[in-house]
Design a protein around this ligand. Sequence first.
Ligand SMILES: C[S@@+](CC[C@H](N)C(=O)[O-])C[C@H]1O[C@@H](n2cnc3c(N)ncnc32)[C@H](O)[C@@H]1O
Length: 352
Amino acid sequence: MTTVLLPPPSGFLAYCRPGFEAEALADLQARHGKQGGQDSAAGWVWQARSPKSSDDEGSWNNSFVFIRQHLPTLGRIALPERDRLTPIIDFLKGYSPVFHEIWIEYPDTNEGKALSSFAKKFQPYVEKAARAQGWLQAHGNGPLIRLHLFFASQNEVFVGLRIARPGDWLCGIPRLRFPSEAPSRSTLKLFEAFITLVDEPERRLKPGMTGVDLGAAPGGWTYQLVHRGLKVYAIDNGPMKGSMDGHPQVKHLREDGFRWKPRQPVDWLVCDMVEQPVRIAALIAQWLASGLARQTVFNLKLPMKKRHTEVERCLQLIRDALDDAGLRYRIRARHLYHDREEITCYIRVGKD
Ligand SMILES: C[S@@+](CC[C@H](N)C(=O)[O-])C[C@H]1O[C@@H](n2cnc3c(N)ncnc32)[C@H](O)[C@@H]1O
């Protein structure tokens, strides 16, 4: 594998859902310490690099909960009303970087969205200027290097350079097509969870497997399992709707999701019941520790103020139960783009 030396970052920018800046900053600082400057505005937080910082991107990719995407930044530039290009090019001359593509990004806010048409118009000008400098080059065999220009506003841009990763999305927003046969928009939550949290989803979700969906109605999550060929026990007192109502792969049981258990272990447990997070965590721990399911995706609803503390309390409860049962496992928890006041967790029990 080719080793690519990128200039050391001066800080780290994290993209988050507006309103979750405090949690995103806590995530960043847990990684980088609190030394040095920091700043935030709706939809992003920035923390200066400190001696404690690790530039190892691989290991921290999955450890953040409230950060959608992060960017090692080289600098932050104030821009004039006219000719925003020249200061960016002048700044980059200090690095003479080589990259293969350019992403122009902005925060996930109304002001940010207003920048999207500017970003489209600006893109060809930056590309032309970067090509003229010899910085923007065709991608060969090595890793794909990307220049990010994150416009915090019309007048300010963060500049970052990174090796592209498969899970990167422009502005940190996965553009997923809503499947018209799915009975609810929350289907996109589970869809996003499968493609961002589960490695090798095609291998781990296969026809012939069995799943349980607790709090299934009207059937958006059940649809994601059925679509991948699973047979599903859909547990909810409410009605299944549309294509999931009476589907041959779905057994709808009007039962209490906290009491019902399958006769045989299943491959998957998914749970989107609106309940206190600690009750959901205890339920998931029980299913996994007793071997009723080996993989699970579930939501923890977080209407409270101390979201970080609550998440940690719930995850620790699950870890303790799985440790006591002598199980090996992996846990990933993330505030997905399609999540609102909630996070989504994925746990896999077993050695692989
Ligand atoms: C957010 S909705 C689920 C939406 C579903 N995931 C979808 O994609 O269509 C929550 C569901 O949990 C169900 N629910 C809440 N408490 C429950 C319980 N104790 N047992 C079974 N279902 C429950 C509610 O009836 C409701 O349909």
